[in-house]
Design a protein around this ligand. Sequence first.
Ligand code: NAD
Length: 293
Amino acid sequence: MLELSGPPVAEAVYQELQTLLATLPYVPHLRVVRLGDDPASVAYVRLKDRQAKRLGLSSQVDVFPESTSQEELLAHIARLNADPEVDGILVQSPVPRQVDFNAVLEAIDPLKDVDGLTPVNAGRMWMGLEALESCTPAGVMRLLKHYQIPLAGKEVVIVGRSNLVGKPLAALMLREHATVTLAHSRTQDLAAVCRRADVLVAAVGKAGLITPEMVRPGAVVVDVGINRVGQNEKGRDILVGDVAPGVAAVASALTPVPGGVGPMTVAMLLYNTVIAAMRRRGRPTGERLQAAR
Ligand code: NAD
């Protein structure tokens, strides 16, 4: 079984970005907005901020209280949209109940939408147009490309239909000429649908949902899920994916959790930040841009 490890691929993205950054007469600036103190969001935001700085980008985290109103958040986004020094805006989800995340996404300037989640970028992805692509789906595609997993003409089954992962990943898989099925909570006989897959992607958030019987022998399995199933003796969260351990014995290739898709998500966020800066502020030659894709 081939382990589709994320960190070496993420590192390759960072090296390409470093080469690109050296050619730019400016430092791209990322602004991450976080509301409240959800522990997972705090950890993700810290990771994104640290990686951005490690790469040599300028990064700032704007923290607002849990009680922030939608109007206050939209006013802040309007300021970031108007600020010429800000290249990328990311609002960490989940947001508190009083805030409509879709309204937040609609307010973000699509040219600064480094999470690739605004309706404009989501629509452009479906149309096969140049877009800031959703980070996790773009990371999955980059990972599969790196390990030379063929997609054209293959049966790809994606379990999970969220706007964050499942739907945009379907758009990117379609662009690579896969035959795509989106399965979800109302899918009947999920096991039979999954067994059709040459490439099976689990993006649900339920530990152990994908069992060995649901995987065709030799299939490639991508585990996007991140589930906290307890803490170790050092008080650190124990993380597992959506794929049960026994699947490793059936699949030909599998992404580990942690250390698979997660690092790719962060890498693609920073890729998007550099690309967004280049598109807004002027870009070097198309040749260099191509090298980073
Ligand atoms: P979500 O809750 O928005 O969507 C979950 C999807 O799973 C829904 O479309 C739902 O229909 C489907 N689903 C629920 N129960 C099901 C079942 N029993 N059978 C089949 N389908 C079912 O979640 P999300 O934001 O898309 O995230 C999914 C998982 O991916 C979570 O564990 C999340 O933490 C993880 N995630 C990981 C990364 C990463 O970088 N690795 C990034 C984003 C999300």
